[in-house]
Write a protein of this length. Structure first.
Length: 481
């Protein structure tokens, strides 16, 4: 072949050679690195398996993949991120035991873009929540929670008078959201202004509708609406925070608000802070309010659903709650000791959280290679543990679809099988707060009304949380006096 022809083809030959070598190296290293990673599928480009997850719901999604790939661990791609899902009690135990050793707290970029200010999007989860760590222990310790109970009871009574009394049918899901969100605004920020609370609730509804949707930021998508809701929430909170700071500076703060979460955070003094204090406060309050907006209200709604469906269980809860009510003088509010006596009622709540857990689970980032169930999870991968890998597994809960509060009597379920609040060092810090809120609300409903479902066939769908399609309308029948 003529030397000039060879030289003219040299760039093309070189390019092909480079491509061939690159493909070989990629194949070699991919095979070496991924030879023993968990089995599974990454789904479609960009969207991964998110659409399938949202359409089928987490329970069916888990069941299909554990059956197809492995009962212990599988890989998938959700919310724009490749994940290893650790399953069963051993998976739960492994994650809870290694939360500060092999794993670090982590949230998908798609969630951070919705919830936080832009400058926080690339920050680590621990950096975003660092301010909360300084206060969470104090505001959620028993001494503080004891003070919340009368406020919870008083607000629950007001709520029942406004939203329940005089109605034949109540849509439980939306009204319970209103109650739990109003209560969170009151306890954490001392915000009772109806306009503020209403605007925040409307904006949080936008977030909830698209936070766990396919993260495509285009006009008309649920994710775009969630981003818009996040911006509106942050703007509203910054106004509230600014007004509160001015009250502090002008010494106009009322005694009732001096020790709430917001006011105490504003008194932080640290000139070396990495982020703007007010924005950091807003991020942390968003986390608190978001938990109150959906998770607790979802739990409350489904507790009432199961009571309406199971009259014999309702009767036992009613008996327990009336014993407490009869021990109180006229107008006396509930106190800590009263809630501690709601033992059977709490078993009912626990069984509800087993069957329909409000929260999905939690994300973690792998900071060091580890082996689980014979598979290697490389550093840099993300993990996702979900309550759904054990809660309805007949190995751990016989007749799993049967509503049976007795499962929680005595020693209760086997370790690491019942995990609605997580576990280990990162167990949900609001567990006890949620327990009190749910039980106080339950007391105020059950002592006043019998409950009947208007549509026994109402379906439950999964958005970012389980949602009754019709809002859970219940017929309420006042007890005869």
């Amino acid at each position: 072949m003529d030397i000039e022809v060879i030289m003219s083809l040299f760039p093309s030959i070189l390019s092909l050679l480079i491509i061939a070598i690159s493909l070989f190296l990629c194949f070699f290293f991919f095979r070496k690195t991924n030879a023993n990673v968990p089995p599974g599928s990454s789904g479609w480009p960009v969207v991964g398996e998110s659409i399938r997850f949202l359409l089928s719901g987490p329970q069916k999604f888990i069941e299909e993949r554990t059956k197809k790939y492995s009962e212990d661990v599988f890989q998938t791609s959700l919310f724009g991120q490749k994940l290893a899902v650790l399953c069963g009690p051993q998976g739960n135990k492994f994650i809870f035991a290694n939360d500060t050793k092999l794993l670090a707290s982590w949230w998908p970029l798609s969630l951070r873009k919705v919830l936080f200010f832009p400058e926080f999007v690339q920050a680590t989860s621990d950096e975003v929540t660092a301010l909360t760590h300084d206060f969470m222990h104090d505001i959620l310790k028993p001494e503080a929670l004891k003070q919340y109970i009368p406020v919870m009871d008083s607000m629950a009574r007001e709520h029942v008078e406004v939203e329940w009394v005089g109605n034949e049918v109540v849509k439980v899901f939306p009204v319970s959201k209103k109650y739990t969100f109003d209560l969170a605004c009151r306890l954490f920020m001392s915000v009772v202004d109806v306009d503020h609370v209403t605007r925040l609730a409307e904006q949080f509804a936008l977030i909830a509708s698209g936070l766990f949707s396919v993260p495509i930021d285009l006009p008309g998508t649920a994710y775009r609406r969630a981003i818009k809701g996040g911006k509106l929430v942050r703007a509203e909170l910054m106004k509230i925070i600014g007004d509160r700071r001015n009250e502090i500076l002008e010494n106009k703060l009322q005694a009732a608000t001096r020790s709430d979460f917001l006011s105490r955070m504003l008194l932080v003094t640290d000139e070396n802070r990495k982020f703007d204090l007010e924005k950091e406060i807003a991020n942390n309050i968003i986390g608190l309010l978001f938990a109150s907006y959906d998770t607790t209200s979802t739990a409350v709604s489904f507790v009432l659903k199961y009571l309406a469906e199971n009259p014999h269980i309702y009767h036992e809860v009613y008996r327990e709650q009336m014993d407490i009510a009869k021990s109180k003088s006229e107008g006396e509010l509930l106190k800590w000791e009263d809630v501690q006596n709601m033992r059977y009622s709490w078993n009912v709540v626990c069984e509800t959280l087993r069957l329909i857990p409000p929260g999905l689970g939690a994300f973690r980032e792998v900071v060091k290679d580890f082996t689980f169930a014979g598979f290697t999870i490389p550093k840099g991968w993300k993990t996702f543990w979900m309550v759904h890998t054990t809660h309805k597994n007949p190995k751990y809960f016989p007749n799993p679809e049967t509503f049976d509060p007795s499962r929680f009597q005595g020693s209760g379920p086997a370790p690491y099988t019942y995990v609605p609040f997580g576990g280990g060092s990162r167990m949900c810090p609001g567990k006890e707060y949620a327990r009190l809120e749910i039980l106080v609300f339950l007391h105020n409903i059950v002592t006043k009304f019998k409950l009947e479902k208007t549509n026994p066939q109402e379906k439950i769908v999964f958005h970012s949380f389980p949602v009754p399609m019709e809002g859970l309308p219940l017929r309420i029948i006042p007890h005869s006096t």
